[in-house]
Design a protein around this ligand. Structure first.
Ligand SMILES: Cc1cc2nc3c(=O)[nH]c(=O)nc-3n(C[C@H](O)[C@H](O)[C@H](O)COP(=O)(O)OP(=O)(O)OC[C@H]3O[C@@H](n4cnc5c(N)ncnc54)[C@H](O)[C@@H]3O)c2cc1C
Length: 271
């Protein structure tokens, strides 16, 4: 995507070329549109996450409870919850990945169920039951990028992981992409091509502080969730016991999106 007089010129792999008033790069952590604005690269976290589904029929009755469960341990953590109307339990098991060449970020890389059991097979409660029942799993290498100070030009902007890829430890990546879309739509409502630079600047100013804080919080959570046993871990557990409820996290969950930035039209005087 290259800015040019009167718009942005887009060249596609099939040889076609288009010109647009504005381009929104919503093309994920490896964003091609971001590359036209920045030279940074995804940063490997040193962590990987095994993900998959287990039929609840292969698990003890406790797996049928409609709960999100979380186990924390030194260096890793395990989350599971029912999906597909309770037919399956979805699990996500975070582990350190061996040093060396970091694996490329991919949602389709197979993992080794025996390696998963090697880490979590002796964990308590449902964790051991779930990993014992796994016959196929995926292993996802976790990447993010540092927050940007700016992600728009006069005619190009970014949205979602293209703008602010984050580690999944606040479960906010897709949520923030949706918030971006709501705020961008509000900013662009009623705008002519000549107003685009100001509207994109407004969108960026609305979104960068919030998403940057969540990117940093998600990185910070990796350390907090994986504390070794000791006083810091006991303080974390005590705090989580008090502040786990959604009502204690209104800054995250009660955020209002899609606020109009266009001043209401002056009423036309009658007569
Ligand atoms: C393990 C894990 C767990 C997660 N858990 C949560 C969670 O619980 N809650 C949450 O909110 N988020 C979670 N996320 C984050 C969430 O998945 C992402 O933040 C979200 O998918 C980002 O959406 P996006 O549309 O910005 O990017 P993507 O979903 O990456 O979509 C980008 C799209 O652009 C396309 N594309 C890329 N390049 C090009 C190109 N050159 N031309 C055309 N198309 C292109 C891609 O094919 C893709 O379809 C998790 C992520 C991971 C890895």
């Amino acid at each position: 995507a290259l800015p040019e007089e009167g718009g942005v010129r887009l060249a596609f792999d099939d040889g076609s070329v288009r010109t647009a008033d504005v381009v929104v790069g919503a093309d994920g952590i490896h964003s091609t549109v971001r590359e036209t604005l920045n030279t940074d690269a995804p940063v490997f976290s040193g962590l990987g996450i095994y993900r998959g589904l287990v039929p609840v029929t292969a698990l003890p009755p406790a797996a049928r409870e409609r709960l999100v469960r979380l186990w924390l341990g030194p260096g890793g953590h395990f989350v599971c919850y029912p999906v597909a109307s309770g037919a399956y339990l979805s699990y996500a098991a975070t582990v350190p990945l061996a040093s060396g060449t970091p694996p490329r970020e991919s949602w389709s890389r197979p993992g080794d169920p025996e390696a998963l059991r090697g880490v979590f097979g002796a964990w308590s409660g449902l964790v051991a039951d779930v990993v014992a029942a796994v016959d196929a799993t995926h292993l996802w290498a976790l990447y993010d990028r540092p927050p940007l100070r700016a992600w728009s030009t006069d005619r190009i902007t970014l949205l979602g992981d293209a703008a602010h890829p984050m580690l999944p430890f606040m479960a906010q990546g897709a949520n923030q992409a949706i918030e971006d879309a709501m705020d961008l739509a509000a900013c662009l409502t009623g705008a002519g091509a000549e107003e685009m630079p100001a509207r994109l600047a407004r969108y960026e100013a609305m979104r960068i502080p919030r998403t940057a804080e969540i990117q940093r919080g998600s990185r910070g959570n990796a350390g907090i969730l994986h504390l070794a046993d000791g006083p810091a871990q006991r303080r974390r557990d005590a705090q989580m016991a008090v502040h786990a409820a959604l009502r204690d996290r209104t800054a995250l969950y009660a955020h209002e999106t899609g606020r109009s930035v266009v001043p209401a039209a002056e009423p036309v005087a009658a007569g």
